[in-house]
Write a protein that binds this ligand. Structure first.
Ligand code: SAM
Length: 167
């Protein structure tokens, strides 16, 4: 399994716990985030995980390599012009039949989601410059199939969880 943009590693640690006999790779652009993640992973068996500094734009893995790729709250930081390239990388490194699960800041449909839209519009720095996006058309564009989405709301913050399969 691969997590792109592990951040502090909270989810990556859970992935390692659930897949102790598999190979769990994690990457992030930020050495500071990787250091935090590594600290969190200290109690997990060393052979079950591997972290490295890398960019989602150029994943340091061969084609058709992973069964599952996870990426949370990273693409909503990127310019829309880069979506296709990054998703193309996700598609490349997955095996045929492999799944990608991507979570991102979305517009949302509840009245209070409006607050988050306006915050992203007028005070983006408060949200570390992420903004609501719609990834579904781009995921289809790079060749993913069986695209499913779920709208979720965490403490009123609207996100979409998107699952898709490499055909
Ligand atoms: C908002 S944090 C999310 C971290 C984690 N996925 C989570 O949900 O808690 C965004 C992360 O994306 C990483 N990031 C940003 N651009 C990246 C890129 N091009 N390649 C890899 N990681 C990137 C940042 O370093 C940061 O750790």
């Amino acid at each position: 399994m691969l997590e792109v943009a592990v951040g502090t590693g909270l989810l990556f640690r859970e992935m390692v716990k659930r897949n102790p006999d598999g190979l769990n790779e994690g990457i992030d652009l930020s050495p500071a985030m990787l250091a935090k993640c590594e600290k969190l992973l200290a109690s997990q068996p060393a052979q079950a995980w591997h972290l490295q500094q890398a960019s989602a734009f150029e994943l340091p893995f061969p084609a058709n390599h992973f069964d599952l790729l996870i990426n949370n709250y990273m693409i909503d930081l990127l310019p829309e012009a880069d979506f296709e390239r990054v998703l193309g990388e996700f598609h490349r490194v997955l095996k045929p039949g492999g799944r990608a699960v991507i979570t991102y800041f979305a517009t949302g449909t509840r009245w209070y989601h409006f607050f988050w839209q306006k915050l992203a519009q007028y005070v983006p720095a408060l949200l570390t410059n992420c903004r609501p996006i719609d990834l579904k058309p781009y995921v289809a564009l790079v060749g993913f199939e069986q695209i499913q989405t779920w709208e979720i709301s965490q403490n009123s913050f609207p996100s979409v969880v998107l699952k898709c399969v490499k055909g």
